[in-house]
Design a binder for this molecule. Structure first.
Ligand SMILES: CC(=O)SCCNC(=O)CCNC(=O)[C@H](O)C(C)(C)COP(=O)(O)OP(=O)(O)OC[C@H]1O[C@@H](n2cnc3c(N)ncnc32)[C@H](O)[C@@H]1OP(=O)(O)O
Ligand SMILES: N[C@@H](CCO)C(=O)O
Length: 384
């Protein structure tokens, strides 16, 4: 359904419900091409007459458009921040959350059907974070938004938010970057490569053309999630929660030889659970596309480096936050961002033992800072 079709119904879409818009044909940064790209998104609140109250919220790697509950019963991933009367007050702001190109939560992705009637599969273009921003710029235009009051995101959503501020600084007032960096580091690329290799080397992957097959690369996707999930949590948290405990009655010493399946430690069972949950809800090709997009992340690429790129966003006000126990996106990488932007008051530290996932579980800690620096009544847009 396009925006025009939604308009023609003459009734607003309820808050927190999936909508779609066609944003046209698109040639990707490295040359791939897709006709008729569709983006899925959700909205909360109402766009005011001068379109000055729009807020863009950008999800992480396996996230989706459902940032906040709205009129749906389903909890949102940033309910702690977004909702009526919340820090991002949907009684006052018009919040838009798009699903990233290549994902499996509504936007055109590898499982979408190509004009020849087959899923795109292995033919899906290599996608960069910059491609996602270019397409979301078209979404903004379709919605009648010329400038976002604020653009916010965590993890890959933070990379997307930063790229928004550098690609289109004239369209971003405040930019909030949580648990992210200016360019993916060697270690982040290395963790990511182990994950994509687990999927690509699964015999069920078939180079990405598995949609019509009897089986999909769930083993590879599960291993990818296990690797990733360890990077999302801290050593301290895993030790405190699981230590060397056995999983219930299971005995990790029960196997005499490699041929015996031994019992599991509790932390193994935990990782199995996280893997199974992702396999049940996510597409392996989308995982590869988005992971490689995150590997590509470098706001300084073809712009004279990170410093020059961040300097160029000199009218944007930045709020940058990091989780103190994050071993994937180290707080020092957030320092690099604030060191090179013109407007930003240092790095706000989210104090959490969890690690990277603290950007989800402990995001309420950022509330007072966002309230003071971005969303307070004195700073908020006055238009109606
Ligand atoms: C911005 C975005 O959109 S990102 C996308 C957000 N969503 C996700 O990331 C989805 C995946 N979810 C998660 O990673 C986490 O649930 C978070 C980060 C959202 C929250 O983390 P926490 O509340 O700390 O959850 P935690 O990591 O402890 O996982 C709890 C789960 O592990 C299970 N678990 C705990 N111990 C064990 C064990 N020994 N064996 C098996 N399972 C276990 C729990 O039963 C629980 O299961 P459930 O999720 O099915 O209810
Ligand atoms: N739990 C998050 C972590 C990545 O930032 C996700 O799955 O997207």
């Amino acid at each position: 359904m396009t925006i025009r079709e939604i308009d023609s119904q003459e009734q607003p879409t309820p808050d927190g419900h999936l909508q779609f818009v066609e944003v046209g044909d698109y040639t990707f940064e490295t040359g791939g091409y897709l006709p008729n790209v569709k983006l899925a998104f959700e909205t909360w609140g109402t766009l005011n007459a001068d379109a000055s109250n729009a807020v863009l919220l950008l999800h992480a790697l396996t996230g989706d458009t459902h940032v906040a509950r709205g009129e749906s019963a389903e909890p949102g991933w940033w309910d702690q921040l977004v909702g009526p009367g919340g820090i991002v007050d949907t009684d006052h702001y018009f919040v838009v959350a798009p699903n990233m190109i290549g994902s499996c939560y509504g936007s055109t992705g590898p499982a979408s059907i190509a004009p020849d009637g087959r899923p795109w599969g292995s033919r899906f273009p290599f996608t960069t974070i910059r491609d996602s921003v270019n397409l979301e710029l078209r979404l903004a235009e379709k919605l009648g938004i010329t400038k976002f009051y604020a653009v916010l995101g965590g993890s890959m959503g933070g990379a997307r938010a930063l790229e928004w501020a550098v690609t289109a600084p004239e369209k971003v007032n405040h930019c909030v970057v949580v648990a992210a960096c200016a360019k993916s580091t060697a270690e982040q690329i290395a963790f990511a490569q182990a994950q994509t290799a687990a999927i690509r080397l699964d015999p069920q992957y078939r180079s990405g053309d598995y949609y019509d097959a009897a089986s999909s690369p769930s083993a590879g996707l599960g291993i990818a999630r296990r690797i990733a999930h360890v990077t999302y949590r801290s050593e301290m948290e895993l030790e405190a929660r699981f230590s060397r405990q056995n999983q219930h009655e299971e005995n990790p010493f029960s196997g005499e030889t490699l041929a015996h399946t031994r019992g599991r430690y509790a932390v193994e069972s935990y990782l199995d659970h996280q893997a199974n949950k992702l396999v049940d809800r996510f597409d392996a090709n989308s995982y590869v596309v988005l992971t490689e997009a995150l590997m590509s992340h470098d706001v300084g690429r073809s712009r004279g480096g990170v410093e020059a790129a961040l300097n160029s966003a000199d009218d944007v006000h930045f709020v940058v936050a990091a989780v103190n126990s994050d071993r994937l996106y180290w707080p020092a990488q957030s320092d690099e961002i604030v060191n090179h932007v013109s407007h930003g008051d240092g790095v706000f530290i989210i104090d959490s033992p969890i690690g990277h996932d603290g950007f989800l579980t402990d995001i309420h800690q950022l509330g007072p800072v966002l309230n003071e620096q971005v969303f307070s009544a004195s700073k908020a847009p006055q238009g109606n």
